[in-house]
Design a protein around this ligand. Sequence first.
Ligand code: ADP
Ligand code: MG
Length: 590
Amino acid sequence: MENQDVIYGINGPVVTVRNSRSFSMMEMVFVGKERLVGEIIGITDKVTTIQVYEETTGLRPGEPVFGTGSPMNVTLGPGILDNIFDGIERPLKKIADDSGSVFISRGSHVPALDPDLLWEVTVTVQVGDELKGGAIYAECPETKIIRHKCLVPPSLSGTVTKVAANGKYRANDTVVELTDAKGNKHELTLCQRWPIRTPRPVTERMQPRIPLVTGQRVIDTLFPVAKGGTAAIPGGFGSGKTMTQHSIAQWCDADLIVYIGCGERGNEMTDVLREFPELIDPRTGHSLMERTILIANTSNMPVSAREASIYTGITMAEYYRDQGYHVAIMADSTSRWAEALRELSGRMEEMPAEEGFPAYLPTRIAQFYERAGYMENLNDTSGSVSVIGAVSPPGGDFSEPVTQHTRRFVRCFWGLDRQLASARHYPAISWLDSYSEYLVDVEHWWQDHSEGSWQESRQKIMDLLQREVRLQQIVKLVGPDALPDTQNFILEVCSLFKTAFLQQNAFDEVDRYCPPEKQVKMLNAILAYWERGSDAIAKGVPMVKIRRLKAVQELARIRLSVPNDELEQIDRIQMRLERSIDQIGGIYEH
Ligand SMILES: Nc1ncnc2c1ncn2[C@@H]1O[C@H](COP(=O)(O)OP(=O)(O)O)[C@@H](O)[C@H]1O
Ligand SMILES: [Mg+2]
């Protein structure tokens, strides 16, 4: 080969080549004798800059660099589910089986999808069919619960000129031949490649109107996220980010989960790798992994692979959305990802902006969350990608750049509160700092799925919580005895609401998942307590008499004591409560 391009300089994961005209921006390249995976991230007339996704120790100037002619991409096809990848789609499970360690050896070019596995394929098209980009041409059961649909690459269309018989095929076997308008033939296998930094095209972005039901009361009832929506979970160390994301992954009503473990400490990630495969999917009774993709990057893996991991994850999510599925993607934590950006930027000697982060940090955060959405796909199915990102601000200080920029691009903010966490109020999602901009979008859904008005009840309790804050300030100054019972009762109801409703025990058999119908019944029962109780107090009933009622204690235990399929018990508790308040009220009326 004439004029072989060779390494000139090496600075951590950043490698330079001099005086080369061979490469294009964002091209995927192989670096050095070991052919480490890299990507072109800068070109001037003198210097080409490469970000290398593997450990560069031992790499030397003068070693060759090879182009691939295509951008950094991933393979999409059956076998992604129930798998664990690193940030550039190398299968950790396979590598672990082969080498006995999850830590990848360099230049190990294990294919992303097992090329020897046989899939039971049904071809869904016939010779003569006209297919456009995105059309489904074959299906196979990928796991016990998910059917994989093979899609014509978005840029391709044509007439089916050959089809294979139904039967067992490998990922790279041709099952359909498509002839385009120019007469060129394209062999379609079970998989395709897609550049990770380019969103997969859709027909139309739709308004998100259906909540992603998580079964977590503080989220669904107070700060709901829509399917196709975006949410951030900021919180300091130990405040419950990972637990919250696990609960959502396990209980939310998405069809598929993409979980990106991003740069948290090595042992924490190993926990995830061990725990996740053990989780049982409550809806199917099978392993949760049957509908999960794990992407793992511990802090001891190269930072550049961490940078790529969120794009790899969201590309996979979009691919299943295109098959008509609802996908929820969790990134834990986007702060570690932003730190990878900062480190790479520093190595390239770019001009730093706030706290050393590159000036393009907000653009990159936006590009990630913008890929969420409820979409009409090219093949007329619809599907969604919901993005939930954890943010770990140093010292739990929300004013730092990653939290602040994330806040601009997400529509749901579940702020974790250190004081709640240390008081063991879990989930420690603050009802004062958090918000959701999907309240109006999902209102119709709630109307169809619950009795009474969710929006109205939610507003009532939010108002009480606001009034409580002001009363607490007064109590701090003058003590609780100075407040009249009418106001003390607000404190009482809010306190009950926090322990009986907002707290939710992720480890309790019944409490860990609360269906929306139960959430609304519980909320309305607590509001009934508030309304009847205030009426009675207005008539002169002392608050202590009401607070001590047996039915109030029953109310406080509903979350643990009432099974999800016996919700009529809540109606009975509410009736008993109303009756006993009325009885005491009756005594005081005369
Ligand atoms: N919903 C919850 N229910 C019970 N315990 C929780 C809950 N959320 C957090 N915890 C407790 O807090 C600890 C730390 O939570 P974790 O999610 O690991 O924090 P972070 O990821 O923010 O550092 C957990 O090990 C668990 O004991
Ligand atoms: Mg964590």
